[in-house]
Design a protein around this ligand. Structure first.
Ligand code: SF4
Length: 451
């Protein structure tokens, strides 16, 4: 097994296994040997002995001291692939103006709910296409509350052609940003036995394979291997394995060629892992059922970040190929009304690519338009306070604030005008002298159209 393959094993066990982290502090070489990690504990100590504070030196690749550190750096670089891909800004700016402006409004709306930092950490995926209905994973932490698996979209020639045309329409609106789309949502790509065929069509149209995040790598190792063989070395965010237990981690290293795994990112979700899960979907239901236990677990394991209440990734179209449904969705903080942390702004059905194109066009000219029209009913986001602070009117939540500066109005006039959005105002009833300010507040996500 190569040095990078061993380094990959080291990184994943450090991230996932609390006992291993503990053992490293006592007898590091023995801990390596027991997990068949063929590296020198001494040569890699700058990585695993994070208490010395050298983690970042290794992570960013400065002053690499030996071949083992170089192998670790290679592993980090390949793990960063998914982030580097998604945070490439050029791709975002290639989407149509309507889509870009709508997404910007939605992001600003979410600043008030979740804060700017967390909203910007979102992957901002422009569409998700479910190739299967529901999911066989049944993961307790599923942040989107996937329903039970209920079949997949057969890969008949007609269906493949239909899928191709749908992707072509999405590409038409999103341009290069379509590369950030993906082929699952509340579903798992490997629940589809021929996922790779659809990924290949995506690649042919968009020039990159979509992200393939799966919790079913050890349930369907042949399917996982086929996808790794196909996309590990091609452009795109690559393959990511969600790993929910140490037993599954052991299985993965025992099942797959460990050199292939160097190119796979892992989402470490086992007990004792250093990653947090969103408090939404099935995880939220579990925590609500037994909040005390959930909190103890969170404190003990530092696993759950309770302020993280949506998986917060999809600002765009959600299609289910099995049911023929299409929606426009954005993330919201999960709540009793919205336990899965997803808000559906519009819903439709489709039989073919023309129906999808019509839905997209309707969204472009209605919800995504960048100006208000006479009949728009405008309402302030429920959680926003209007305050007068140091002579300025501010719209605030604990996460974000928007200052309103309009010297042509007195403070009292501003407070009164903005206050009316609590109960809602129809745009045609607003005096034109307030139109510019109204658009400003709307574009910054504080008021929304609730027609
Ligand atoms: S986390 Fe993924 S694999 Fe698990 S139930 Fe949800 S959609 Fe399925």
């Amino acid at each position: 097994m190569s040095l990078p393959a061993n380094a990959k094993k080291l990184v994943e066990y450090v991230m996932m296994d609390e006992k291993f982290r503990h053992e490293l502090m006592i007898d590091p070489q023995r801990a390596f040997d027991e997990r068949a990690i063929a590296l020198s504990a001494e040569n890699t100590s700058r990585y695993w002995n994070m208490s010395k504070g050298n983690f970042n030196d290794v992570y960013f690749g400065t002053n690499l001291l030996n071949d083992e550190e170089r192998a670790l750096f290679q592993v980090f670089q390949s793990t960063m692939r998914v982030h580097q891909f998604y945070y490439d800004n050029d791709r975002f700016t290639s989407a149509s103006p309507e889509f870009r402006q709508w997404r910007s409004r939605m992001m600003r709306r979410n600043y008030f709910m979740m804060g700017e930092k967390r909203t910007k950490m979102s992957l901002l995926l422009p569409f998700g296409i479910e190739l299967s209905d529901g999911c066989s994973g049944g993961c307790w932490f599923c942040g989107v509350g996937a329903q039970k698996y209920n079949g997949y979209y057969p890969n008949t020639p007609e269906n493949l052609e239909n899928f191709k045309q749908i992707l072509t329409h999405l590409k038409h609106q999103l341009n290069q940003n379509a590369q950030n789309g993906f082929l699952y949502f509340a579903s798992d790509p490997l629940d589809h036995p021929e996922y790779h065929l659809f990924s290949q069509i995506f690649y042919d149209i968009n020039g990159a394979h979509p992200a393939c995040t799966t919790a079913l790598s050890d349930k369907h190792p042949d399917r996982a291997q086929r996808v790794m063989d196909m996309i590990n070395h091609l452009p795109g965010p690559g393959v990511r394995f969600s790993v929910y237990s140490l037993r599954q981690l052991d299985n993965i290293f025992a099942t797959f060629n460990n050199d292939d795994l160097v190119h796979v990112s892992f989402a470490q979700l086992a007990k004792g892992s250093t990653l947090t899960v969103a408090n939404s979907g099935h995880a939220r239901r579990r925590f609500l059922h037994n909040p005390e236990r959930a909190k103890q677990e969170a404190e003990k394991l530092e696993l759950i970040d309770f302020s993280h209440e949506s998986i917060n990734c999809l600002f765009g179209y959600l299609l289910n190929m099995v049911r023929g449904t299409i929606s426009l969705v954005v993330p919201v903080n999960s709540s009793d009304d919205n336990p899965d942390g997803i808000e559906f702004l519009a819903k439709g059905t489709f039989k073919n690519a023309d129906d999808v194109a019509n839905f997209i066009e309707t969204m472009r000219t209605t919800i995504m338009r960048n100006h208000l029209i006479a009949t728009d009913h405008l309402k302030l986001q429920a959680n926003i306070n209007i305050i007068n602070e140091n002579g300025l009117v501010k719209l605030t939540t604990p996460h974000h604030q928007l200052r309103l500066i309009a010297p042509q109005f007195t403070l009292a006039e501003m407070m009164e005008f903005v206050g009316q959005f609590r109960n809602g105002l129809v745009f045609q009833d607003i005096d034109p002298k307030w139109h510019e300010l109204t658009h400003y507040i709307w574009r910054n996500g504080a008021i929304e159209i609730r027609n």
